[in-house]
Design a protein around this ligand. Structure first.
Ligand SMILES: Nc1ncnc2c1ncn2[C@@H]1O[C@H](COP(=O)(O)OP(=O)(O)O)[C@@H](O)[C@H]1O
Ligand SMILES: CC(=O)N[C@@H](CCC(=O)OP(=O)(O)O)C(=O)O
Length: 295
């Protein structure tokens, strides 16, 4: 006779059916942040989740970051790096390392991990098939003390100006799993470093994705006391950015969530990538984890 533990297993699998039906044939973009990487067991669990998604009829698209890993390589090479408004100031030497780490080692590591679980992943970056064309990021900032406006110059930091999903659609049609690094060419042949959250949002919008998940190293958006905010409206998210509760790397994440909702992505969630099988918990169970951002 089956044990109660076996019954529980069966129950969990059965519970997943309506969710699998909901996402059947739909695209789910998963942004895998650099802070969620690093632990071998968690990396395998992530690769297994992505493979299981594909096996159950979902079309996962992985967009990855690698901020801490870029930082480590820059330190090894003696290149000093700083962040402004959550974005890395990127000169010519830095962008070379960014491309090497993101489109090189990290991208291939994720592809290999998914393939080791029996998935069929293909590594790409914005350059492949002219998927993403970047333009230099232009952002005006206002000094809170003097109220003086200035333009933030971050060097080779770009934002997606145009997304052509043709190559992605081909890859998805062949039941392959695209794994994309956020590096893209500019109009004059230069290479731009794009924040991975922003990049993931642009990809999700162009594919009309059903869901966009951000895997990071915190349980979601936290309030001033450090408690998880389970649901956040766009208006409240803007307020939390303005009053400084949301800062650093969480700013581009939340801004991207807002834009993705605008572009028709149905659900956007920020969740803890340090929890094993976070993606499965979020997609296929009643236990939605993390912060859901809604219009
Ligand atoms: N209100 C907030 N709630 C949660 N995290 C926040 C908040 N404000 C700032 N953060 C910071 O944002 C970080 C996540 O962004 P980031 O470091 O860019 O991660 P990733 O590599 O996953 O993109 C958290 O580790 C935390 O330090
Ligand atoms: C412009 C900019 O800041 N680019 C990021 C790209 C990687 C990234 O976004 O990685 P995470 O998702 O791990 O933060 C960087 O250079 O770190």
């Amino acid at each position: 006779m089956a044990s109660s533990e076996q019954h529980n297993h069966a129950h969990v699998i059965a519970q997943a059916l309506p969710y699998m039906q909901r996402y059947d044939g739909r695209t789910v973009v998963v942004k895998y942040g650099g802070h969620a990487m690093g632990d071998a067991d968690l990396g395998r669990a992530f690769a297994r989740d992505i493979t299981l998604m594909r096996q159950s009829g979902v079309h996962p698209v992985v967009v990855h970051g690698g901020g801490p890993q870029i930082g480590k390589m820059l330190t090894r090479l003696g290149i000093v790096s700083e962040f402004k408004e959550g974005l890395r100031v990127t000169d010519k030497a830095t962008v070379e390392i960014v491309e090497m780490v993101l489109a090189g080692s990290i991208n291939k590591e994720i592809v290999q991990a998914i393939n080791a679980e029996g998935g069929r992943a293909v590594g790409l970056c914005g350059k492949d098939g002219n998927m993403v064309t970047a333009e230099k990021l232009r952002r005006t900032i206002v000094d809170p003390d003097s109220n003086i406006e200035s333009v933030l110059d971050l060097g080779f930091v770009g934002e997606p100006a145009d997304v052509n999903p043709t190559v992605l659609k081909l890859v998805l049609k062949e039941d392959l799993i695209p794994v994309i690094a956020p590096v893209a060419p500019g109009p004059d042949g230069e290479t731009y470093n794009i924040n991975a959250d922003t990049f993931a949002g642009a990809i999700a919008g162009s594919l009309n994705a059903k869901r966009l998940l951000f895997l990071t190293d915190v349980p979601g958006v936290l309030d001033k006391e450090g408690n998880l905010i389970k649901q956040l409206t766009v208006a409240k998210a803007r307020e939390l950015i303005a009053n400084g509760t949301i800062s650093g790397g969480m700013i581009p994440k939340v801004e991207t969530c807002i834009e993705a909702l605008d572009q028709g992505v149905e659900g956007v969630v920020i969740l803890d990538g340090k929890v094993a099988h976070a993606v499965l918990l979020e997609l296929f169970t009643d236990h939605g984890v993390g912060t859901l951002i809604r219009p």
